[in-house]
Design a protein around this ligand. Sequence first.
Ligand code: NDP
Length: 257
Amino acid sequence: MAARNVSVLITGANRGLGLEMVKQMVQCQHPMKKVFACCRDPDGPRAEALQALAKKHPDIIKVIQMDTADLSSIKQSAQQVGSLVGTRGLNLLINNAGMLIKSIMQETSAEDMQTTFNTNVTGPMNIMKEFLPHLRAAAKASAMPGMSCSKAAIINISSLLGSMAAVKETYGFFPAISYRVSKASLNMLTLCAAEELKNDGILCASLHPGWVRTDMGGEEGEIDAPESVQGMMKVMASLTEQQNGAFLDFKGESISW
Ligand code: NDP
C-alpha cells in the first residue's frame, strides 16, 4: 500500500500473522501513519514482542487491549481509537484474530462450536459494527475515487478450510469442524457486509493467508509468516471495487466458496 496517510487496525496482533503484519507495516518503505495493534492481554508475556516493536516505533504503533470475544472490550477499543483518529477516521480494519480446535464432527461439542463461533464470527461482526463510524469517517474524509484499502476497507482473514468447494480435497488431512464452519460463516459475513456497506464506499473482502508456519498452522505449514504477509499486503494494495466481496488467497488468486 502506498501508505503514508493510512491508519490500520489489526486484531490478534501479538503473535503469528497479526504480529508479522504490524512488523511489515512499520518496516516497509512507506510505513502506515498509525497501526492500532490489538491484543487481549497487552501486559502479559504473549505480548512482549509486540510491546518491544511498539517501543521502537512509538509514533506509529499504538497497542490496544481488545478481546474479540468480549463486546465490552470491543466497544471500549472503538471509543479509544475514535478519540485518536477523529474525523480522519480509520482506513483499514483487519479481522485477523482467530482460534482453531482440531476435531472431527463426531468429537466436536456444542461448546467447541460456540467458543469458535464467538471468536471467529460474532467477534469480527461486532468489531465491524463498532468501528463502522470510523470507517465511514475515513471514506468521507478521502478524496480518492472508488474503493481501496487506503480509503476504507474491512479485510477478514478467512481460510481455505472455510471453502465448501475444497472440502473433499482438504477434509482428510485437516478436519477441524468448528473452525471450518466458522470460516464459511465469516465468508458469508464478508459478502453480506460488502453489499450492506458498498454505498458507504467501504470495501470488504476475505483473504486466505496460505498454510503458514505459525502456532496455528504448525511446523508442517507450506510458507512462513513473512511470505504470507508480504503476499497479503500486495493483494490488499491491489483491491478495488471490482474485488468488493471477493475471497482471495495471499497470491491474489480467487478461491471458490
Ligand atoms: P495464531 O494462533 O498464531 O495467532 C492467533 C492470534 O489470534 C493470536 O494473536 C491470539 O491472541 C489471537 N486471538 C485468538 N482469540 C482471540 C480473542 N478472543 N481476542 C483477541 N485475540 C485473539 O494464528 P495465525 O497467526 O496463524 O492466524 C491468524 C489468522 O489467520 C486466523 O484468523 C487464522 O484462522 C487465519 N489462518 C491461518 C492459517 C495458518 O496456516 N496459520 C491458515 C488459514 C487462515 P492470544 O495470544 O491472546 O491467544
